[in-house]
Design a protein around this ligand. Structure first.
Ligand code: ZN
Length: 197
């Protein structure tokens, strides 16, 4: 006999696709949904489709947005660009509230082991931006792990000939940890104490 009847097994399978959700948690979520009113379940499902259909990437910075260019690109100091790996890193830095520049989301970092080369992340776009947008400083805020460091060095070599200041966030965040898990004070200090590459 199977553990669950098909109509319960399906949402369990769906929830298990989410990060950090194992069998037990997925089971709890599925049963919770089954106990919601039809209206609540419809709103829940609609919110997922709504997000999927209305969130796009900003053509300038590559962050998630519902308009193009995004609100950050449209309203902030464009002379300072903070380079990050993922949109979730933008969210982490935005939480500290004292950064007034714009972002550039790479959508990955260089990783020879995983076959990710310079053409696989948004480096061309970064060079084009720095050339066209009167950028004075590029702060590289990739994660402080091997790939993040290698990507930072590569960016410094790429951009220095263009006469722009390239800096790296300080190592307040412990090696190997992700930006998104750093607390606001640590992140704020890491940006404040950045060093020129
Ligand atoms: Zn943008």
């Amino acid at each position: 006999m199977k553990d669950f009847i098909e109509p319960i097994a399906r949402p369990i399978g769906a929830f298990q696709k989410l990060p950090g959700v194992g069998q037990k948690t997925a089971q709890r979520y599925a049963l919770k949904v089954i106990n919601m009113s039809e209206r609540e379940v419809k709103d829940f499902a609609d919110s997922l489709l709504y997000a999927k259909n209305n969130v796009k990437y900003c053509s300038v910075c590559g962050n998630y947005t519902d308009r193009d260019p995004c609100e950050i690109c449209g309203t902030r100091d464009r002379s300072v660009v903070c380079v990050v790996k993922d949109p979730k890193d933008v969210m982490a830095i935005e939480r500290i509230r004292d950064y007034n520049g714009v972002y550039h989301v790479l959508h990955g970092v260089l990783s020879p082991m995983e076959g990710v080369g310079p053409n696989d992340i948004r480096l061309k776009e970064l060079v084009a931006r720095v050339g066209a947008d009167n950028v004075k400083e590029v702060i590289v805020a990739t994660n402080p792990d091997v790939e993040g460091e290698a990507t930072a060095m590569y960016i410094a070599r790429l951009l220095k000939p263009l006469g722009v200041k390239v800096s790296r966030i300080a190592q307040g965040i412990s090696i190997g940890s992700d930006l998104e898990y750093a607390d606001e004070v640590t992140l704020s200090k890491a940006i404040e104490n950045r060093r020129e590459l």
